[in-house]
Design a protein around this ligand. Structure first.
Ligand SMILES: Cc1cc2nc3c(=O)[nH]c(=O)nc-3n(C[C@H](O)[C@H](O)[C@H](O)COP(=O)(O)OP(=O)(O)OC[C@H]3O[C@@H](n4cnc5c(N)ncnc54)[C@H](O)[C@@H]3O)c2cc1C
Length: 246
């Protein structure tokens, strides 16, 4: 399996998928291996937690290959060429580069990079979530584009989509009431299951603040030690999200 180049949806989720497939291979004694082709130089985010899971739980099953950007896939002969060498496979999970959905392209909301090419993501105000070409259009969720030169994009997660949805609702209410819109920033929290028996998870938290120039800054807190307590926290997290709809 490969990882797309960043930014992509739910940055830690491909490693979680690898762990759960490896757990299935291990627990059902399938003579299989998983090679993770990662275009990044390191496992990220939660590099230490995933490295420990790969090496301690699945040492004979998972191999992580860094700096392995895909150059060519031959699905008929089941070969893949990468910047870290060539590989053969029996089955492959292939993820192309991600981009915003067609709706954002049709609405002409895609940004342009310094090279003049489309960025693939919506061009938005980094603190107010309005489209830079039309302040009456708001963009929420994975489609949101560049936010800060410190970290690039907000993590493309349901937690961020949910948080920004609420913030945008508040911003619109303030505008309608003729009040000044106060910039509110989201946070992010992701839990990743790395072991099925016992169930154990690792986690990553992101906090955001504005610097005096108005730039959005990110602090990342990795929870690398896998525990069952984090599984309980995860279930509480998802219950609290579902309760939003009640
Ligand atoms: C394997 C995996 C694991 C993940 N784990 C987590 C996690 O643990 N925690 C977390 O917070 N996030 C997680 N995520 C990320 C999360 O799923 C996304 O970030 C989130 O769903 C983004 O919400 P969204 O509303 O922006 O987009 P989406 O959920 O993709 O919703 C967009 C919707 O718009 C619809 N649509 C598109 N075009 C049109 C159109 N033209 N007309 C009508 N409808 C249209 C689509 O069908 C879709 O239903 C994970 C993602 C993956 C892939």
């Amino acid at each position: 399996m490969n990882l797309p180049p960043p930014p992509h949806r739910c940055p830690p989720s491909p490693y979680e998928r690898a762990c759960l497939m490896a757990w299935h291979i291990k627990s059902t004694k399938i003579p299989g291996k998983i090679i993770i082709l990662d275009p990044k130089p390191n496992i990220a985010p939660i590099g230490e937690g995933y490295r420990a899971a790969f090496e301690e739980l699945y040492p004979d099953i998972i191999t992580h290959v860094p700096n392995a950007a895909i150059k060519e896939v031959d699905p008929f002969n089941k070969r893949i060429k990468t910047t870290a060498g060539d590989f053969e496979f029996d089955d492959a999970v292939l993820m192309p580069p991600h981009q915003a959905a067609d709706m954002i392209w049709y609405a002409d909301l895609i940004g342009t990079g310094p090279d003049g090419k489309p960025t693939g993501w919506a061009d938005i105000h980094p603190r107010l979530f309005t489209a830079n070409t039309d302040e009456d259009v708001y963009v929420v969720g994975d489609a949101m584009g560049f936010i800060s030169d410190q970290f690039g994009h907000y993590p493309k997660s349901a937690h961020v989509a949910n948080a920004v949805g609420k913030i945008v609702a508040q911003n619109i209410a303030e505008r309608v009431a003729g009040k000044e819109v106060v910039a509110v920033l989201p946070d992010n929290l992701c839990y990743m299951m790395v072991n099925g028996d016992p169930q154990e998870e690792i986690s990553v938290k992101f906090e955001y603040e504005l610097d005096p120039t108005g730039k959005v800054l990110q602090t990342q807190i990795d929870m690398d030690v896998r525990t069952s307590d984090l599984v309980a926290d995860d279930f509480n997290w998802i219950k609290s999200r579902f309760n939003d709809f009640l």
